[in-house]
Design a binder for this molecule. Structure first.
Ligand code: R5P
Length: 231
């Protein structure tokens, strides 16, 4: 089965956790997109839920699917967020932000009673870090921020290079929040919590893509079926 079919299977399984009246955080990316589309089918069949999107792309998808939307200002406490991940490891720490939505995703996840990650089996890793860690930074002073981000990674035991993310046209990629992304290539993150603390202390860093202690359940779809992991 191809990865996209597996993503859709994981998304479909997440619908089992959705109950009428729930306030839902709607994730971003190709896996979360399947969830939003499938949720839309349920909504059109009569399910009443409200969703808070984690990106402008997801807002557009959810609107097109007919999902009623709200904002965190109107609905500050959510019941459940369903989102994808770039990597997820035993203990359910994760890397997110491959699509640049990590800031809103983390705010929405933190406002949710429960976060479920949906993924195909390629995202499951023994140790985080093969996927370059996205770090969202303010555009002002990005050169010294990049140096400080690399120093933070080295101090946390995982030296590596931070590259400014660019669009296909070669411009700096700009997030929904108007920030830049540094992709931090580390190979392996032996102590995600230590790295998270070091990165959070760098002036100019808005947020990083390490999700630690946020994911309660992971739905992993593989060739052998669906596996559910709980933190
Ligand atoms: O910024 C993007 C998000 O964190 C995505 O959830 C993550 O990149 C996974 O995306 P996909 O499901 O497309 O692999």
């Amino acid at each position: 089965m191809n990865p996209d079919s597996l993503k859709r299977e994981a998304a479909a399984r997440a619908l089992d956790f959705v109950e009428p009246g729930m306030r839902l955080g709607l994730g971003t990316g190709s896996t979360a997109k399947h969830f939003v589309a499938l949720l839309g089918e349920r909504v059109r069949a009569g399910l009443d839920v409200v969703g808070v999107p984690t990106s402008e792309a997801t807002r557009a998808d959810a609107e097109a699917a007919g999902v009623r939307l709200s904002t965190l200002d109107e609905t500050p406490a959510l019941d459940l967020t369903v989102d994808g991940a770039d990597e997820i490891a035993p203990g359910l720490s994760a890397i997110k932000g491959g699509g640049g939505a990590l800031l809103r995703e983390k705010i929405v996840a933190a406002a949710s009673a429960r976060m479920i990650v949906i993924a195909d089996e390629t995202k499951w890793v023994a140790t985080l870090g093969r996927f370059p860690l996205p770090v969202e930074v303010v555009p002002f002073g990005v050169a010294p921020t990049r140096i400080a981000v690399e120093a933070a990674a080295a101090a946390a035991g995982c030296p590596g290079r931070a590259e400014l993310r660019r669009t296909r046209e070669g411009h700096a990629f700009v997030t929904d929040g108007g920030h830049f992304i540094l992709d931090l290539a580390l190979g392996r993150i032996p102590d995600p919590l230590a790295l998270a603390e070091r990165l959070a202390a760098v002036p100019g860093v808005v947020e990083h893509g390490l999700f630690i202690g946020l994911v309660r359940t992971a739905i992993i779809a593989g060739a052998a079926g669906i596996r559910i992991e709980n933190a």
